[in-house]
Design a protein. Structure first.
Length: 359
């Protein structure tokens, strides 16, 4: 199963054709960023002017303090669906989120993965600007809908979540797959408690979506966030990047894999070399344990590096290394596969990304 899944996740078709070319706003119901023509903040007594934070920076700062992974929400949604008191509209909203899980048996195709990326929530505002309505199956739209349905039902404060939450996502950060979580809800829990916990989990997952959308913006937009940059298509930028998460129906429950796709340089022109596409991903579920991957694709060459933290998994992947390379041949693409132990090295983050409020 592991080799079949990795073959589909590293398929060149996933790298070569991102489904949507733009990321618009990163907040719902509010401007994504200040206008490019907005005046700077008026200096106070200090003679050095201090620019006011943009709406994007404010949204990111708020989201970083409240974000949490999807795995806890998914586990509690599965438990909540067993409650006879859960209203039918909330049941439908919960089922829509759980239906986003990709099957592992059989493993997803590259086309399945492309559709899942398009529905990951990363592109919601861009799709709203184009179509005027949320696309079917969009994760961010589903989270917003679930939160709206739960608000009138919430009662006492939700219990604190157990277990470590994944670190806030940012561009270039180490990726972290989320293994299936243990639900905090019991099937016979009071409706007010169910609603309070699900609402808390959904809001935390929504904050994580905001951070991934912000990390997917061009670096210039992450600093100044002009409206023109937020709406620009990838073909108008020197590079493009997408940070998102996909859900998988693992044997021991819903798991979350984290992906980052980026492209170097301008789109190809006559006589110019093909741009280099890169993808990183991380997943973690039984029995294979944490697996990390880096793939690059340029022209007819694909280079794949796989890291397994579990010794047995690394041995299994190493034994099937030639099979993986053969499975990745597509459209005259030649694949080179390397299997390694542990985790990939990541460049240390620059100071000032996020501050741990617990310190």
């Amino acid at each position: 199963m592991a080799t079949d899944l990795l073959s589909s996740l590293t398929a060149p078709a996933l790298l070569a054709r991102p489904p949507i070319s733009s990321v618009a706003a990163v907040t719902s119901g509010a401007p994504a960023a200040a206008s490019a023509n907005s005046p700077s903040a008026t200096p106070a007594a200090n003679p050095a002017p201090i620019a006011a934070p943009s709406a994007l920076q404010t949204a990111v700062a708020s989201a970083a303090g409240s974000q949490a992974g999807l795995a806890g929400l998914l586990a509690n949604l599965e438990s909540a669906l067993q409650s006879p008191s859960l209203p039918s509209d909330v049941q439908a909203a919960a089922a829509q989120i759980l239906d986003a899980q990709l099957s592992l048996d059989p493993p997803p195709t590259a086309q399945d993965l492309q559709q899942a990326v398009a529905q990951s929530g990363l592109f919601l505002e861009a799709q709203l600007a184009q179509a005027g309505a949320p696309p079917d199956g969009d994760m961010k739209a589903a989270l917003l809908s679930l939160i709206d349905m739960l608000e009138p039902l919430t009662g006492p404060a939700a219990p604190a979540s157990t277990g470590a939450s994944p670190a806030p996502p940012y561009a270039g950060a180490p990726l972290q797959g989320q293994p299936p979580a243990t639900p905090l809800l019991l099937p016979d829990a009071a409706l007010e408690l169910v609603a309070a916990l699900l609402s808390k989990d959904a809001k935390s997952a929504l904050s994580r979506q905001v951070l991934m959308q912000a990390a997917s913006l061009p670096k210039s937009a992450q600093t100044s966030a002009p409206t023109s940059a937020l709406g620009a298509s990838s073909s108008q930028r020197p590079g493009a990047s997408w940070l998102f998460e996909l859900l998988f129906a693992a044997p021991d429950g819903p798991a979350v894999a984290q992906f980052e796709i980026d492209r170097d340089g301008e789109p190809p022109r006559d006589g110019a070399p093909d741009p280099i596409w890169r993808v990183r991903f991380s997943l973690d579920f039984a029995p294979i344990g944490p697996i990390h991957a880096r793939i690059s694709l340029s022209g007819g060459q694909a280079h794949v590096a796989l890291w397994a933290e579990n010794d047995d998994t690394r041995s299994m992947l190493d034994a099937h290394q030639a099979d993986l390379a053969q499975a990745l041949r597509q459209d005259d693409v030649i694949a080179q596969v390397a299997v390694l132990q542990g985790r990939p090295s990541v460049t240390a983050a620059a100071a000032g990304q996020f501050m741990n409020r617990a310190v």
